[in-house]
Design a protein around this ligand. Structure first.
Ligand SMILES: Cc1cc2nc3c(=O)[nH]c(=O)nc-3n(C[C@H](O)[C@H](O)[C@H](O)COP(=O)(O)O)c2cc1C
Length: 217
């Protein structure tokens, strides 16, 4: 995980206690399932050797390593995109803003076997820097990936991939070179529902930060 500067932190500082620690909270045991939430919802772009680019919506994705930077996506074998990514070993993870959630949902119900999802959604395919699959110009962040390993897990196969380049919308880069993702209007997915991210609650290490008040960005 990326670490902010340790200076100004006091790890012995007492963290505020939640009200709930005084009263027991009753729980129900739920059946095992894919309940981890919220998770990112991303639009993965891919292309075949002789087939046009496609977009597939993926929620089973995550960062798995910092150095080398790696992420995973998990796909069912029956997805049209599964064959494309297996064929080329490349894809791009595009992070849609909340305003593109209708298009993201569409790319998660329509199949590239039947429709050209770029044409159907009006999204713009733009060349990536390191892979043949295009990125989606309207997405604020696009992560170019090369597959390093496949893990057949059951219903889904996990593609473990190394990040070979990241493209970000220039308008989101501040004069000091910071990527202002708080202006990107990001979204999340939780148990079948899409959500726009709300207000920022803190920053890495703020609970033990000596300084009072919000950190200047
Ligand atoms: C919000 C959402 C998340 C999804 N996540 C996944 C996923 O993680 N893995 C997967 O195999 N399919 C996932 N799907 C389903 C595929 O996106 C869907 O089957 C799509 O039509 C496949 O497109 P393709 O046939 O063009 O590859 C998701 C769909 C939605 C709407």
């Amino acid at each position: 995980m990326a670490h902010a500067k340790a200076a100004g932190r006091d790890k012995s500082k007492q963290v505020q206690r939640p009200e709930s620690h005084k009263t027991p909270i009753k729980k129900v045991v739920w059946k095992p399932g894919t309940m981890l939430c919220p998770v990112p919802v991303v639009m993965v772009t891919c292309v075949g050797r002789d087939r046009p680019p496609n977009i597939v919506t993926v929620a089973w994705t995550g960062t798995v390593c910092s150095d080398p930077p790696m992420l995973s996506i998990s796909l069912r074998k029956e997805r049209y995109s599964f064959g494309l990514i297996k064929e080329t070993g490349e894809f791009v993870v595009n992070i849609p803003p909340a305003s593109l959630i209708p298009q993201a949902d569409y790319c998660g119900v329509a199949t590239g076997r039947e429709v050209d999802k770029f044409a159907a959604t009006g999204l713009t395919a733009q060349p990536a820097a390191t892979v043949k699959a295009p990125l989606i110009a309207e997405c604020p962040v696009s992560i170019e990936c090369v597959v390093r390993r496949l893990l057949d897990l059951g219903s889904h196969t996990m593609f473990l991939a190394e990040v070979t380049a990241v493209q970000a919308t220039e308008a989101l880069v501040t004069p000091s070179g910071r990527l202002a993702l708080e202006r990107a209007g990001l979204a999340a997915y939780a148990h079948g529902g899409y959500y726009a991210l709300g207000k920022k609650l803190g920053y890495f290490g703020f609970s033990v930060c000596k300084r009072k008040g919000p950190k200047k960005q």
